[in-house]
Design a binder for this molecule. Structure first.
Ligand code: HEM
Length: 138
């Protein structure tokens, strides 16, 4: 049951992270759709981000409390090692992004890089677990 919840939440996070990238393309004026302004896109990005952070932390806590990390890597090899590294970097990038948003000023210039990094790390975290479990493996 916990596994199913994690698989669903991780899939939702990847979809919302993809949408987050699209929103910021509008927010930074790279794409100008007729029905969505830059200001509204940026505010939506912030609201979705505020929701995604606690969900990510909950899934990470479930992972950290549910697995003996060393044993899992030894047992399942590269795939789990990729997951652990990507997810750990993801948490670090998340903290850095929150700091950059709060501090503002010149640190705001780091936001596009941190956002893109987060997207790649979410994709790796997803790809190293969800397809494996949905393929019927345990
Ligand atoms: C430092 C943070 C994390 C560590 C150390 C960690 C570690 C692990 C380990 C060892 C597994 C077992 C893999 C297997 O046997 O196939 C696992 C599974 C999984 N993790 Fe993580 N994880 C972390 C964060 C995250 C995050 C942030 C997400 C989602 C955004 C996530 C999503 C999943 C999913 C969906 C599974 C497969 C379902 C399950 O095993 O219950 N993990 N994690």
């Amino acid at each position: 049951m916990i596994t199913a919840i994690k698989l669903v939440l991780t899939s939702v996070l990847l979809v919302s992270e993809t949408y987050q990238v699209a929103l910021m393309l509008v927010g930074y004026g790279k794409v100008r759709p007729p029905l969505l302004g830059a200001e509204a896109a940026s505010r939506a990005h912030r609201a979705i981000g505020d929701t995604a952070v606690p969900i990510t932390v909950v899934v990470a806590v479930l992972c950290l409390s549910g697995y003996e990390i060393g044993d899992a890597i030894e047992h399942a090899g590269t795939r789990v090692a990729v997951h652990v590294v990507a997810a750990s970097l993801l948490l670090v990038a998340l903290v850095l992004k929150i700091i950059a948003v709060r501090v503002g000023g010149r640190t705001s210039r780091l936001l596009p890089v941190l956002g893109s990094t987060l997207f790649v790390l979410f994709a790796l975290t997803f790809a190293s677990t969800v397809p494996f479990f949905l393929g019927g493996n345990q």
